[in-house]
Write a protein that binds this ligand. Sequence first.
Ligand SMILES: Cc1ncc(COP(=O)(O)O)c(C=O)c1O
Length: 408
Amino acid sequence: MNPYLNDFPILQEKENGRRLVYLDNAATTQKPLSVLKAVEEYYRTENANPYRGLYSLSVRATQAYEDARHTVAEWIGAGDDSEIIFTRNATESLNLVAYSYGLPFLREGDEVTLSVLEHHSNLVPWQMVAKAKGVKLNFLYPDASGRLTDEEIEKKITPNTRVVAVTHVSNVLGTVNPAAKIIDAAHRAGAVVVLDCAQSIPHFPLNVGELDVDFAAFSGHKMLAPMGVGVLYGKKALLEKMPPFLTGGEMIEYVYEQDATFAPLPQKFEAGTPNVGGAVGLAEAVRYLRKVGYDTIQKTEAELLAYALQGLAAVPHVTVYGDKTGARDRCGVISFNVDGVHPHDVATILNEDGVAIRAGHHCAQPLMRYLGINAACRLSLYFYNTKEDIDIFLESLKKVRGWLGYGA
Ligand SMILES: Cc1ncc(COP(=O)(O)O)c(C=O)c1O
């Protein structure tokens, strides 16, 4: 029995009369009771618009929000709380960098290096910058096992590269990109690095100070917190010289009829009423993850990944993309297809057995094209999954081709 399962109320629910087998954790994770309670408690006892009120309740809401910022800063090794910008999600964090760093600081002839593994959230904003500023986009391509080689990194980061924006973990192949090597190559070229940590921070530690990364983005909802809160970490010196992304209330100092001056960090980048309840939930998620421990998370997921890969290898007519060995530089994400069956049909049939997996292009259409496919099925694990979940998934998968009239 997984000791964490009971902490997650939704995992006790039934789907189509069966126990819910939730294997879509790369899309969003489920929420433990402690996070649900923390959010409820905030709304029951501390809710007010932060910063603006002079009464005690508003002061408490402000304190809760700033405590959450401190918890996140400490957790990812940021040097200063003001380097933590709360956003809605990783997508908004990545757009913030593209709009407030890319647009003002890049010029025609500059280059931005991305990888073909990027989620659209870390690609389309840079296409916007490229079109507006005449910047060239270079792409890192993985080898057959889904990995970015040293040679590829050295080749695609050039003296003209000004930004390297890469995902830490592929949301399709699960491979962990060599962040330290990429950061080193980028800094040698004088470029800044934007690390998309949406799929890494739920599974292994991030220390922005040790990595010396310039920007890091992630979403709360992929690491047990509520939807609607995300984080952008940025080095203070960079954030300070960047213009605001969104403008309006909360982010100003003085406003005149024709002009305005801006608040210091982090408020400069947090226009409008913030999601205090979400930030409180995120801080509680951090405390919960700390209690479980990344060692346990990694060990559990590595065992489940190996078990799932082994099981999938024994199912006829299944193709798994990327690494099939469950190597250490790999998270618990497996993309696969079943011969002759559209991924949407696979997911629909599995749903009949209460199994939730993802099917589609996974917001990574260039990678789909690179792999020579239009879409794939994806199962993604978290530490609350069990071998029994994978057994149910495999049994259900074995029935798929039969349902559609294929013989063995
Ligand atoms: C690698 C990666 N980056 C960014 C995102 C975007 O996250 P969100 O939709 O929470 O903004 C995702 C979501 O799946 C992702 O997997």
